[in-house]
Design a protein around this ligand. Structure first.
Ligand code: BES
Ligand code: MN
Ligand code: ZN
Length: 500
């Protein structure tokens, strides 16, 4: 994809050339390391432009007098609330956006109150990385005919000046691993389904072994032996065979139960015989966004050598339609023994997850399971594209996820579960059916379905249909695929499940 810019940390010293970025409050009041003559230039420009230093507001000064700099970009940091992790990402994203085309960029990462700490500066650097991502692999002619500003690429070389550069480097090593995970998830989701089938997806996951992740790929005969007939029923309408991939990162020592993450990996969802309408169907190449997040998360945990034992499991299938495809009314027996009436072949994600979740708890006895899935259109009706739906049988896990969501900006909103909803999936000819009644509470009945395959283990389901793809662009994401879930779950692990 777009090239990853180089980032380094140095002392707080203004450069003599390239583009200089300053953080400033009201009236262009920047930090102490700005040379006096530039300070004057900035303050004069700020006064003329009535620059108020509002958070993320910018002021550009071209060819500043008395220096060889190309330009100075002043970014406002004045805010009523304390700055959190996501604010530093947004700041970094703004740095990348406003310095396009620059040969080199130097950020003096200090405000009137002094230098940013290592962790904060590293978060800014992470924002630069995430903003610089674009999925341009299939553009044979780069960006012709676009406006001048759009044409320029994100700069390739950034230096962040801070009081303690070593602290910046150390913190950035961790952030950089997480950013790699986000970029991997975005790449997988953006990739079209003709290129990324279940087999190819599994091959991409196998590459994680070079980062220390143990990868086990289960092929069709094995899935049949395990009696994963719910998953196999979905896959049977496609000539491309399914895969179940198990990833393990052992960073937490021998006798620690693992944490587990399970992802829906439908590489393309036509709906099957209950076929989807044509309009917008192309978006269903992203119906593996849950699986992509799990893979990105494992990459992040391994990359930063997290002190945790973590399992990632993804069910990879194509929901296609041919003469052998599953029909409405078919009854399948899941690995758990539960029988399922498939009344709508487009409610396929829950069928895949039924077997993946059961297998996960059965084999690994995890501390908890979190699954991610682009499961229902109904969650987009309920929450739009800014919050993922959260369903859980554990208040503690739900609260931790909500807090991680606020910290990272990957927000989740808890939705209810309950016996009233569970009733809606009682089957007529089998134990349960794969849809509820009519259009009511579609996301909840889907979650109830998943819960039927979860025993006592603390569990949470994240419905990311609205957030994994097509969510609004922001300062640190311009891509259709956001990589949603990687930073959220990395944070959950870091804050609560790692050995000190
Ligand atoms: N993959 C879709 C859900 C989806 C819709 C994801 C839009 C992203 C954007 C899922 O498999 C699906 O088709 N769900 C059905 C369920 C229904 C048949 C009960 C839906 O939401 O319409
Ligand atoms: Mn579907
Ligand atoms: Zn689907």
């Amino acid at each position: 994809m777009s090239e990853r810019p180089s980032i380094r940390f140095s002392n707080l010293q203004a450069p003599s050339e390239g583009v200089l970025v300053l953080l400033a409050g009201e009236g262009g009041s920047a930090g102490a390391s700005l040379p006096p003559h530039l300070k004057e230039v900035v303050e004069r420009a700020a006064a003329k432009a009535k620059f108020k230093g509002k958070s993320l507001a910018t002021l550009e000064i071209l060819a500043p007098a008395g220096s060889e700099l190309d330009r100075i970009v002043v970014i406002g940091t004045k805010s009523d609330k304390p700055q959190g992790d996501e604010d530093w990402l947004k700041l970094g994203g703004t740095v990348a956006a406003k310095t396009k085309g620059a040969p080199t960029v130097t950020v003096l990462a200090e405000g009137p109150e002094g230098s940013l700490g290592g962790a904060e500066a590293a978060a800014v650097a992470s924002g630069i990385l995430l903003r610089s991502y674009s999925f341009d692999r299939y553009k044979s002619k780069k960006k012709n005919g676009e406006a001048e500003e759009e044409q320029a690429e994100v700069a390739q070389s950034f230096t962040l000046g801070v009081a303690d550069p070593a602290a910046g480097e150390t913190a950035f090593a961790l952030h950089s691993a997480v950013a790699d995970g986000v970029v991997l998830a975005r790449d997988l989701v953006n990739e079209p389904a003709n290129v990324l089938g279940p087999v190819e997806f599994a091959e991409r996951i196998a590459e994680l072994s070079k980062h220390g992740v143990d990868v086990e790929i289960l092929e069709e005969p094995k899935l049949r032996e395990l009696k994963m007939l719910a998953l196999l029923g979905v896959a049977q309408g496609s000539p491309r065979p399914p895969r179940l991939v198990v990833m393990r990162w052992d960073g937490g020592g021998d006798d620690e139960a693992p944490v587990a993450f399970v992802g829906k990996g439908v590489v393309f969802d036509t709906g099957g015989v209950s076929i989807k309408p044509a309009a917008g169907m192309e978006d269903m190449k992203g119906d593996m966004g849950g699986a992509a997040a799990v893979v990105g998360l494992m990459r992040a945990l391994a990359g930063r050598k997290a002190k945790v034992n973590a399992i990632g499991i993804v069910g990879l299938v194509e929901n296609a339609v041919d003469g052998n495809a599953q029909r409405p009314g078919d009854i399948v027996t899941a690995m758990s023994g539960t029988t399922i009436e498939v009344l709508n072949t487009d409610a396929e994600g829950r069928l895949v997850l039924a077997d993946a979740l059961w297998y996960c708890q059965d084999r690994f006895k995890p501390k908890f399971m979190v699954n991610l899935a682009t499961l229902t259109g109904a969650i987009i009706v309920a929450l739009g594209n800014n919050y993922a739906g959260l369903f859980s049988n554990s208040d503690e896990l739900a609260e931790r996820l909500s807090a991680s969501g606020l910290a990272t900006g990957e927000k989740v909103w808890r939705m209810p579960l309950g016996p009233e909803y569970d009733k809606q999936i009682e089957g007529k000819f089998a134990d349960i059916k794969n849809i509820g009644n009519g259009r009511s509470a579609g996301s909840i009945t889907a979650a109830q379905f998943l819960q039927r395959f979860v025993n006592d283990v603390p569990w949470a389901h994240l419905d990311v249909a609205g957030t994994a793809m097509g969510s609004p662009a922001n300062e640190y994401n311009q891509s259709w695929a956001s990589g949603f879930g990687v930073r959220l779950l990395d944070r959950l692990v870091a804050d609560h499940y790692e050995k000190r």
